[in-house]
Design a protein around this ligand. Structure first.
Ligand SMILES: *[C@@H]1O[C@H](CO)[C@@H](O)[C@H](O)[C@H]1NC(C)=O
Ligand SMILES: *[C@@H]1O[C@H](CO)[C@@H](O)[C@H](O)[C@H]1NC(C)=O
Ligand SMILES: *[C@@H]1O[C@H](CO)[C@@H](O)[C@H](O)[C@H]1NC(C)=O
Ligand SMILES: *[C@@H]1O[C@H](CO)[C@@H](O)[C@H](O)[C@H]1NC(C)=O
Ligand SMILES: *[C@@H]1O[C@H](CO)[C@@H](O)[C@H](O)[C@H]1NC(C)=O
Ligand SMILES: CC(=O)N[C@H]1CO[C@H](CO)[C@@H](O)[C@@H]1O
Length: 879
């Protein structure tokens, strides 16, 4: 028998264009059953380059049906006792590698010209042919090996991964051979999902490299079935699906890949339980760690690990009653298009928060059931889409925390739909309000009979969670994104934010407008009182607005709203005691008919203003509000414009809950609080974020008033009464001006405390005010005005990777007040040497108001109603 040395092999290989490389054979599972040199010794041929003809389907790009030439690497490991050759350095006891290599090449490439080149259907096909050649050679000159391990690596695999391979071990068995190991390998499948918990990772896709091996414990069963793995379909499926995910953890992503791989095997090979494949997935995020090469997770899974998730068993049944022990987090969508839509929605929420008043059956809603609305979205009006004479819908959503299990919750929401529809003033049948349970923790649930589960629409009283149409409905997704943008849809494996951005929206981004509604006060006498809940006010009026941020300026045709101030204070810095009597107040409002809302205050927040008791403040404000609300029943009944006066929304400018409550009962529709519900003593310390006890009490009481009366609240940024602290340098890290970051962080903290958690006020009722002129230097005021829109941008705020979070002020409408403020006076004196009283700053105010309009403010607050001309021109220019 001819033999050769290793040096000769390398030489022969080089001249023959055969590529040998010494790499280690990774085979962790091979452990010898008994001590025998031929089990311990292996002869290897590594990465023998062979060009084979492969049928399409197993390569990229597919080209017709003609097989094409493909390079593959073939590696062999042959158990062979080398002790004889080693001891005596005896060629005759060695294996002639050259023969092995040329046998394979000749037979696979058909390169001896006598035979036509064979075409292969798959990598498995090549592999099995190699075993035939090595274990059962037809020519006696070839060595007849007892067993071999072979790996075939496809060098030009389908897109997205570096290599594909099959690897197997076979033993000769009389006149045939049998497989003892079989493995498919996908190496370095490269995907670009959103993955990770750090805020920066939520923003951008990152590369994840995935290795998959599929081991087949019963390889001969697999071989006999001949359902070869379609690598191209597998890698294409995984690449597509992984790119769509946005998991928070690599662990979840790896598990997803394992499930998808098993599903693919199931759907492409039929009964895979017959050979029970084992999938090993390793995934690495090369970019995740700064000082390590990558972070990596490895798992091994079989079908039995995913019994609950097999396609046929996807739908879980109602979870056991143990649920009632726990707190669950649920998203509910609300919609209404009949009657007083805002009133319908508020009533539905109040009933939801008091479940045992609606459902009295204690087997459905148990005595210890609780339900809190802990977060709300903005509220939207969707333009009617097809039937334009149909009333448009308003939509919103809320997050609740409850111990009520899903089925009972469904009964509760259905009972509320009926209850709201039955109320005379809420009239028009049971569909004046829709409540849909959209998400329940991360549950997947379908209570319908299996044959009905295809339908996306006809739920007919059944519960399907997540809601089957969630991913295609902007009017559901958008409100959810206001609250839980990073929630990963349990079956689509994408965040809600990703699902929303995938919707194809019109040119101007959305068919929905945000709206803010002002309730009517004093309450009309026919306002229904319902069971134990506070009466829900009807709607006085509502405003639509388009979201605007620093990059996308709103193009809504609706004008900026003008808020005209009416100071009921003798010491008011801007208008003295001019309006401090009822007749002058009435006259003022009559001539201010071009305003959209009147802001009435009885307590000057000007630095150095004298303090005023609660009673005195109430006595200044309440009579004026009463007079405005009763104007048409008073003497001047025929005065032109009194209808306008009576219907004019009024906000009460106060930080005191007692005054707010009395003003609303008298007819105010909105609270405007310069301390954002924390009272004057709450000097905000950005270092400690501390709140005084007094601030906590203010917060509790003001929230209760705003909630009970369902009025909008304007929350202003300030740093407490004195307004002394103008230092924003702790926010210097931001790419925006430090003062902008400061307003986002400090006001954001208060807005979060006001809107979130049990007893919070509805997000749709909040307007934010950056507080120009309060605790800010001149340049900071200018910066806030110049880049006003960026205060509510959707971006991360905070310092340091861990602390960064989404801007808590994202999406809120803004009120911007610049009128007559002293920073304007400073500019006039600095540039013109002109010293001005507040009253002399009208033209200066006009300049600032124009900028506020350009920055997309919902409301500009002014002392001089002539500013409506400025707004009209600025609107024409920019809105
Ligand atoms: C190995 O076998 C081939 C053909 O069977 C022969 O041509 C060659 O000389 C042998 N090599 C050695 C080193 O004996
Ligand atoms: C995948 O396999 C390749 C080649 O064996 C290796 O270099 C890489 O580190 C592996 N990646 C993972 C995530 O295991
Ligand atoms: C919806 O399904 C129910 C039974 O599940 C059936 O009675 C009803 O007719 C269906 N409605 C429509 C509109 O298909
Ligand atoms: C809304 O509430 C949910 C549930 O408590 C919470 O996970 C989420 O962060 C909140 N969203 C916002 C924007 O505050
Ligand atoms: C501004 O709004 C547009 C459209 O809604 C959005 O694509 C963009 O990301 C927003 N920009 C910022 C900074 O929030
Ligand atoms: C273009 C637009 O949105 N116009 C709206 C302005 O506001 C009024 C009153 O809310 C609506 O009726 C208009 O449709």
């Amino acid at each position: 028998m001819n033999t050769t040395t290793f040096g000769q092999i390398l030489e022969a290989g080089r001249t023959a264009g055969i590529c040998f490389a010494i790499i280690s054979w990774s085979n962790p599972s091979s452990s010898p059953p008994k001590f025998n040199m031929s089990d311990l010794d292996l002869i290897r041929v590594n990465d023998l380059l062979v060009t084979v003809l492969l049928h399409p389907g197993s390569r990229w790009p597919p080209k017709g049906s003609k097989p094409t030439a493909q390079p593959v690497h073939i590696s062999l490991a042959i158990p062979h006792d080398i002790s004889g050759a080693a001891k005596f350095d005896d060629l005759s006891q060695s294996i002639n590698y050259s023969t092995l290599a040329s046998t394979l090449r000749t037979c696979l490439e058909g390169s001896d010209n006598s035979t036509e080149q064979p075409a292969f259907e798959s990598l498995e096909h090549i592999l099995f042919r190699c075993f035939d050649l090595l274990l059962l050679p037809s020519s006696t000159s070839s060595p007849r090996l007892p067993s071999a391990q072979i790996r075939i690596v496809q060098l030009k695999p389908p897109l997205h991964c570096k290599t594909l391979a099959v690897e197997a071990k076979a033993t000769r068995d009389g006149a045939s051979w049998s497989l003892t190991q079989f493995r498919h390998i996908v190496n370095n499948l490269e995907c670009q999902p959103i993955v990770g918990v750090n805020p920066a990772e939520r923003l951008e896709r990152q590369t994840v490299r995935i290795n998959i091996t599929i081991d087949t414990p019963m390889p001969d069963a697999f071989r006999l079935q001949k359902h070869w793995l379609d690598f191209r379909a597998l890698t294409r499926r995984l690449h597509k699906k992984v790119d769509e995910t946005s998991y928070l953890t690599l662990e979840a992503l790896v598990s997803f890949v394992a499930i998808e791989t098993l599903w693919h095997l199931q759907s492409s090979s039929g009964d895979i339980a017959g050979y029970d494949p084992k999938v090993n997935v390793r995934a690495a995020k090369p970019c995740a760690l700064v000082f390590a090469d990558s972070s990596e997770v490895e798992i091994t899974r079989r079908f039995e690990h995913y019994q609950m998730n097999l396609p046929s068993e996807l739908e879980l049944s109602e979870p056991s009653s143990s649920l009632s022990e726990d707190i669950h987090s649920i998203a509910i969508a609300l919609g209404s298009n009949v009657g007083d839509r805002f009133q319908n929605i508020e009533l539905a929420l109040r009933l939801l928060e008091d479940p045992s008043s609606v459902v009295t059956d204690r087997s459905v809603i148990s005595e210890n059931a609780f339900l809190h609305v802990v977060n709300t979205s903005f509220i939207y009006e969707s333009a009617p889409m097809y039937v334009t004479d149909q009333a448009s819908f308003i939509n919103c959503a809320c997050m609740i925390e409850t111990n009520i299990p899903p089925q009972s919750l469904l009964q509760l929401t259905q009972a509320i739909e009926v209850a709201v529809g039955r109320q005379p003033t809420f009239r028009n049948g049971p569909r004046v309000i829709d409540l849909d349970i959209i998400l329940y923790d991360t549950l997947r649930l379908d209570t319908r009979a299996p044959e009905d589960q295809q339908s996306l629409d006809n739920l007919s009283g059944h519960l399907v969670i997540p809601h089957p149409r969630l991913s295609e409905r902007e009017f559901v997704l958008r409100p959810l994104v206001d609250m839980i943008p990073e929630y990963v849809h349990p079956s689509l494996h994408k965040t809600l934010h990703a699902l929303l951005s995938k919707l194809e929206l019109g040119a101007d981004g959305s068919s929905m407008d945000k709206v803010i509604a002002f309730p009517r006060y004093p309450l009309p006498t026919d306002t229904p009182s319902f069971l134990g809940v506070d009466p829900v006010p009807p709607t006085l009026t509502y405003w639509k607005y388009r979201e605007s941020n620093s990059t996308r300026k709103s193009r809504s045709k609706n004008k900026t709203r003008l808020m005209a101030t009416l100071n009921a204070t003798p010491d008011s810095f801007s208008d003295g005691s001019m309006h401090n009597t009822i007749p002058t107040a009435l006259a003022y409002v009559r001539q201010a008919a071009s305003a959209d809302i009147i802001d009435i205050g009885g307590y000057s927040t000007r630095p150095g203003a004298t303090s005023v008791s609660v009673n005195e403040e109430t006595d200044r404000v309440v009579p004026i509000i009463q007079a405005l609300r009763s104007v048409s029943s008073a003497i001047n009944v025929d005065h032109e414009g009194d209808q306008v006066v009576q219907e004019m929304p009024i906000s009460v400018d106060t930080f005191r809950w007692e005054v707010a409550e009395k003003a609303i009962l008298a007819g105010a529709n909105c609270i405007n609080d310069v301390y954002a519900f924390t009272g004057p003593q709450n000097y905000f310390d950005p270092q400690t974020g501390s709140n005084t006890e007094q601030a906590t009490e203010y917060m509790r009481r003001m929230k209760a008033v705003a909630r009970k009366f369902a009025v909008p609240a304007i929350l202003m940024h300030s740093r407490g009464d004195a307004g002394m602290n103008k230092d924003y340098s702790v926010y210097d890290y931001s790419d925006d001006a430090a003062v902008i970051e400061g307003v986002r962080a400090e006001l954001g903290m208060k807005v979060d405390a006001i809107t979130k958690g049990k007893g919070g006020i509805r997000r749709w009722n909040v307007i934010v005010d950056p507080g120009i002129g309060f605790s800010k230097k001149v340049e900071d005021n200018l910066e806030l005005l110049r880049h006003g829109a960026s205060v509510t941008d959707d971006k991360l705020i905070g310092k340091g990777f861990q602390e960064r979070k989404r801007n808590p002020l994202v999406g809120f409408p803004q009120l911007i007040g610049t009128s007559r403020k002293s920073f304007l006076g400073v500019i006039l004196s600095d540039t013109r040497g002109k010293s001005t009283d507040p009253k002399d700053r009208v033209w200066a105010t006009a300049g600032a108001v124009a900028c506020a309009v350009q920055q997309g403010a919902l409301i500009v607050r002014v002392h001089d109603v002539e500013m409506s001309d400025v707004v009209a021109v600025a609107d024409a220019l920019w809105r």
